[in-house]
Design a protein around this ligand. Sequence first.
Ligand code: FMN
Ligand code: SF4
Ligand code: SF4
Length: 422
Amino acid sequence: MPDLSVNCAGIRAPNPFWLASAPPANSGLQVQRAFDAGWGGAVWKTLGTPIQNVSGRFGGHTVRGVQGAGFNNIELITDRPIDVNLREIAETKRLFPKHALVVSLMVETREEWRDIIKRSIDAGADGLELNFGCPHGMCERGMGSAVGQEPRINQEITSWAVEYSTVPVLVKLTPNVSDIVPHGLAAKRGGAHGVSLINTIKSIIAVDIDRFVPEPRVGHASTNGGYCGAAVKPIALHMVAALAREKQFGLPISGIGGVSNWRDAVEFILLGSSSVQVCTEVMLRGYRVVEDMIDGLEEYMRTHGFDSIDRMVGKAVPAFSEWGDLDLNYETVAKIDADKCIGCQLCVAACHDGAHQCIHPTAASRVPTVDESECVGCNLCQIVCPVPECISMVEVNNGHAPATWNEHVTQGKTLRPKKGAH
Ligand SMILES: Cc1cc2nc3c(=O)[nH]c(=O)nc-3n(C[C@H](O)[C@H](O)[C@H](O)COP(=O)(O)O)c2cc1C
Ligand code: SF4
Ligand code: SF4
């Protein structure tokens, strides 16, 4: 039986699945229900000076009928009194001593940080998460992403928190920057024990085309919000991996952003996360989604020979390289399994209009034909094919030794002849 327990930056939990700081971790009863459902940890909805929220707070991005493929919010931090939150944190920790209870914080002055940190730890926090990420409302008050986008301020506030804290401090980074690495390094210089990322991405989710107002609509206006949910996973994975492979970094990472199932979680772990946090998927489908996440992760670990999460963390990081170090002589072509093909011709349309015009309709059959001499191995047909494993990308032995662009430029290594470039 694989061991799912984790130790992320000194914060221990029975499994790597944690609720992210957001509405599902807003109150004691919610977090307790989540722990009962199987979640290994929770990052409490950010505490700070309680705020007033607007009506009309969330927006959904529907893609070809899939509701909530992306999700947007203009909600702020907790709107509940700090005393009430702290009482419920203490109660939750008493009932679930082995679960990870991290308290997310966002205040302004050094004195406020000292005060809220002491009170959170007194309430039983196993760790703190500094919210330097909120891209709306709080940043206009000099907090959230206004801190996260400025490495100097990030470092300074992190160092205050580390000075006042007796429990591990995670810095939650904003993705609203061009390169995440300097921001992770700033947190490290400030003494952080780990980082969590990503918070939400600055965005406008949609426009009400009858009222001429962006969404979510608050009366006659709206504002930019924070984008999250399944659609942001690729951005989050890249940022997690960029930090995980940075030699000067080396801190534990709690991965967040678009985790919807066990497979997403495995991907985050393989790219360097020692825990994963989830918000949108729980908002859309409830706490019970963790059951499949746990089952799927356990089964994956069993079939891949991992006895602990530690052994999985970062396994795919060495394979994340620069474009200039990829083998330009590696070659694949598309092959169609005629027994699986349903003859829908989607691959024909995609290859003809979006790739290299080398899948052709076949007169005698509904199964198209790939002209392998022209196929550049771009994967597009495989991506559009609705039948699993019907199109495979098969390696071609072209007789050319591996050669990267960098080796070609510096050592004159020979590149295979180009296909599809006429
Ligand atoms: C409605 C909503 C409220 C959120 N509130 C907070 C918050 O108070 N503090 C915080 O650090 N992140 C907050 N987040 C960001 C999430 O914790 C998380 O970083 C982000 O949603 C990406 O994860 P996901 O794709 O699983 O939703 C909020 C997100 C949503 C959707
Ligand atoms: S891999 Fe690309 S080029 Fe080759 S058949 Fe498919 S779509 Fe066409
Ligand atoms: S997309 Fe797939 S199923 Fe459809 S014709 Fe092409 S190979 Fe066959």
